[in-house]
Design a protein around this ligand. Sequence first.
Ligand SMILES: [Zn+2]
Length: 126
Amino acid sequence: MPRRRLRSPTYADVTPYEPPFRFMVRSRSGPGKHLVDIADFDGNGACGCTDFQVNLAPLLHRGLSAQDAFAADLADLRDYHIFEEDCLRCWHICQARGFSLALAIEKELSTQKKNPAAARKPAPRA
Ligand SMILES: [Zn+2]
């Protein structure tokens, strides 16, 4: 099975705007950027792009969860989605969430390097 290449493994399209939840994410279709708030809609996230505003936000405003929307065939998985829970997230929200997680991991590892006594134990290897 061919492996799918990551579009933005370094999250170069994401810029912190109002941390920890707001980011600017470069548009894939034009020169602009979109404001993303990954905490909006109870953690689903919200974006200013047309895809989110036209296709996804109306489902969230109706109170549908991603699981409900997916089960009712109202939202599909896209090539950048990993889980069904992502189906009400546009590409920009997914990028911002990935960037946020990468930052959190990097910050925690940095903290642990400064305090080795609090560092995690290595996972057992088979
Ligand atoms: Zn978007």
